[in-house]
Design a protein around this ligand. Structure first.
Ligand SMILES: NC(=O)c1ccc[n+]([C@@H]2O[C@H](COP(=O)([O-])OP(=O)(O)OC[C@H]3O[C@@H](n4cnc5c(N)ncnc54)[C@H](OP(=O)(O)O)[C@@H]3O)[C@@H](O)[C@H]2O)c1
Length: 325
């Protein structure tokens, strides 16, 4: 009996919040290679350095690996930074995506692309369906929609997953920001007029594993399809902050609910970020657990990882000091 070699998957943004979890979840069963813009110390999968805004380098990197599937997570995700650095946002979220699609097309590799609830204006009263018309408010949302359009226009085979309110160990996210603030204050202001589905990058990665193991044919067919994906349940940011604090032993820190208008951030955010999850459940069989369950599992893991990282940084500093003396 001959055994098939594992499918080769190339992950862009391999050291980012989602990219790192994808590599960790998929590497036992698939051959993973990553692309990153700069060296990353926490990565456990092999990766090449490649700035995806450079078309030639991106093409060379992807063609040299000839993956059977490209998972494109790389993006400029700091929403306020994108608002104030629009040329950079266009390069990293649009040109880079075009470069990745062109290279994937050349080797007939399907693409998984991640987009966002920020392609919508948040004015709908119910859940957003995949067929609703995008109308992004922020420049980040505009560039992600332009990335979607590039995929829809050019990709031979692709799935666009719109994901939402992502949190994870390996990137900037709301739970980390709340815990960091809580270490310094006894009360904080958090907005209560934006509603969404907090979604763990680990759970999105597990859903990709399920897709590849059980519904691979959805990827390897001509055309592009959009799906919404996220942990189930909804919450606003202030209640989410309360949940995080209460379950981290910091329930004494008080949250004051405020409207978004009080924050005066550079980029506007949608009020309603709730994406309908029906299509991905019905067609792909993907159903993620509740955001509460995920957050409860995430919080102690985050604490452990941060402690490990701190110990590693201290050890590296001590090593440097020893070498210098
Ligand atoms: N975070 C959220 O709340 C959220 C919500 C909905 C959808 N999404 C989407 O989900 C995907 C993953 O998000 P994430 O939070 O995991 O992002 P992330 O943590 O910011 O990671 C993105 C990674 O992509 C890399 N990258 C960006 N531009 C690049 C370029 N030109 N060449 C090579 N690498 C580049 C970044 O490297 P540098 O660090 O060097 O820039 C970073 O390692 C993105 O497409 C995002 O738009 C995110």
């Amino acid at each position: 009996m001959t055994t098939q070699p594992p499918m080769k998957i190339l992950i862009t943004g391999a050291g980012g919040m989602l990219g790192t979890d994808l590599g960790n979840v998929l590497s036992p069963e698939f051959e993973i290679v990553g692309l990153e813009r700069r060296p990353v110390t926490h990565l456990s999968v092999p990766y090449d350095i490649c700035d995806l805004t450079q078309a030639r380098k991106t093409r060379d990197a992807i063609l040299s690996h000839k993956p059977a599937l490209v998972i494109h997570t790389a993006a400029m995700t700091d929403v306020d930074y994108c608002e104030e650095h629009q040329d950079e946002a266009l390069a990293n979220n649009v040109s880079a995506t075009e470069n990745v699609v062109d290279a994937a097309n050349e080797i007939d590799a399907p693409i998984i692309f991640y987009s966002t609830d920020y392609v919508f204006d948040g004015q709908k009263s119910g859940e957003y369906e995949e067929t609703d018309i995008p109308n992004p408010l922020s420049f980040y949302g505009k560039t992600k929609r332009m990335g979607e359009e590039a995929i829809l226009r050019v990709a031979k085979q692709a799935i666009i997953f719109r994901i939402t309110w992502l949190f994870g160990i390996w990137g900037r996210c709301f739970p980390k920001a709340i815990l960091r603030q809580a270490a310094e204050v006894t009360k904080m202001n958090v907005v209560d007029d934006q509603v969404g589905r907090p979604t763990w990058s680990w759970d999105v990665s597990q859903a990709m594993r399920q897709l590849l193991l059980n519904k691979k044919e959805a990827l390897f067919k001509p055309g592009v399809e959009i799906f919404h994906l996220g942990n189930s349940g909804t919450v606003h940011w202030a209640d989410y902050a309360r949940f995080i604090l209460k379950n981290s032993g910091l329930g004494s820190v008080k949250i004051k609910d405020i409207p978004s208008a009080h924050l005066k951030r550079p980029a506007p955010r949608p009020t309603n970020s709730v994406l309908s999850l029906d299509k991905s459940e019905k067609i792909l069989g993907l159903k993620l657990r509740s955001w509460e369950e995920s957050t409860l599992e995430f919080l102690p893991k985050l604490k452990d990882e941060l402690a490990l990282l701190e110990a590693k940084t201290k050890a590296q500093a001590a090593e440097k000091e020893n070498a210098a003396s």
